[in-house]
Design a protein around this ligand. Structure first.
Ligand code: N2P
Length: 364
């Protein structure tokens, strides 16, 4: 072999491995179900050549168990602020390399400020979307069960036994999310929704147990189709999920009308944050993914499809009017006043919450 052919061989080889490398770049994303427009992922791959392996979950507890065990293989995960805060403490995440995220300049200061209490300095996460935990209902079925004056704007709908007993027949689903259902119950009882007091958590548990016989199912994603198909009449659920149900029903024109209410007694406001696990195999790709997500048009596309508000100020001019103009998605000042946030449970209290929740679900 001459030196020349040898060199050519090396050049060809290195070119090939370069191409193979480019092709092999991957980012493993673990996000909530029903939380993105698939075309966002396709566009990212088209533009960067990075393949997206996309998995979904519908529970912070499930995500947290995996993150604490480590070695998930995920590069981007999306915990809610309260869970993120204690996961940061546990050393689960890698600090963001902000010089790799020029699109951070598009983010919304108001939301970054609110997230400070979970992630000081927004050092580990960016806001993906935020929303509220309220009530989704089938307008006609609820009226049929409770009459014209059904209290659809109040937690009375589901927490007053005489109401929920009448809804049992047409089907009620509740989120399988103790960190949201216990605060909702505390708030309804006039107690601090962020209470860490075991005796108050016990009281919330009692309220939830009192309505338990009327709950058909505890789940955190199935209710979208169940509402849309007219299979159930009420779901305690997340804002955007209920609005997606409303849309799915309208699309098939099945005569089902779904609405979402932020109950007048108040509801929880939460922030879902994208973060990079400390042991993520593809951190460079994770940063590229986050920066792509923070493009105004990309973030708007996602919100326009899933009906959740996002933490990207610059995206707002690209939002459809039925998103930016809907107070159930982008609440006005008065509605925001009615929303509460919570902080993480310390381990001891968490055990009480977990035990209480197991009791609620099993009806014990
Ligand atoms: C998406 C639900 C995300 C809201 N389906 C829960 N944090």
């Amino acid at each position: 072999m001459t030196l020349r052919t040898m060199l050519t061989g090396v050049a060809v080889l290195s070119l090939m491995s370069g191409a193979a490398l480019a092709q092999d770049r991957t980012v493993n994303v673990y996000n909530w179900s029903d939380y993105i427009d698939e075309s966002v992922l396709e566009d990212f791959t088209k533009e960067t050549g990075i393949k997206v392996v996309y998995d979904v979950f519908d529970s912070n507890e499930v995500l947290e168990t995996k993150l604490l065990a480590g070695g998930t293989g995920y590069d981007v995960v999306v915990p809610t602020g309260t869970f993120l805060a204690r996961q940061i403490q546990a050393g689960v995440f890698s600090e963001l390399e902000k010089d790799k995220l020029p699109n951070l300049s598009n983010m919304w200061k108001d939301i970054e400020d609110r997230v400070e209490k979970y992630d000081p300095g927004n050092a580990y996460s960016i806001n993906y979307m935020w929303g509220s935990t309220g009530i989704g209902y089938n307008v006609d079925k609820v009226k049929a069960a409770l009459g014209e004056d059904a209290p659809v704007d109040s937690w009375d709908l589901v927490f007053k036994p005489e109401n929920i007993e009448k809804l049992k027949e047409c089907g009620v689903h509740m989120l399988d999310a103790p960190a949201e259902m216990i605060p909702a119950a505390l708030n309804y009882l006039g107690l601090d929704p962020d209470s860490k007091d075991p005796s108050e958590i016990e009281k919330a548990g009692e309220l939830l147990k009192s309505v338990r016989p009327s709950i058909q199912k505890f789940h955190s994603s199935e209710y979208i189709n169940a509402l849309a198909n007219g299979d159930i009449c009420v779901a305690i659920g997340w804002s955007g999920d209920v609005l997606q149900a409303r849309d799915r029903a309208a699309e098939v024109d099945n005569g089902v009308t779904i609405e979402y209410a932020i109950p007048k007694e108040g509801a929880q406001m939460w922030f879902d944050q994208m973060a990079i696990p400390a042991d993520a195999p593809n951190k460079a790709e994770a940063h590229e993914f986050l920066d792509f997500i923070m493009r105004p048009d990309v973030m708007a596309k996602a919100s326009n499809v899933v009906y959740y508000a996002n933490g990207n100020k610059a995206s707002q001019e690209f939002l459809n009017e039925d998103v930016i103009g809907d107070a159930a998605i982008y609440p006005d000042e008065a509605t925001v006043q009615n929303l509460f946030t919570t902080t993480p449970y310390p381990p001891k209290v968490q055990r009480i919450v977990t035990r209480t929740w197991t009791g609620v679900k099993s009806g014990q």
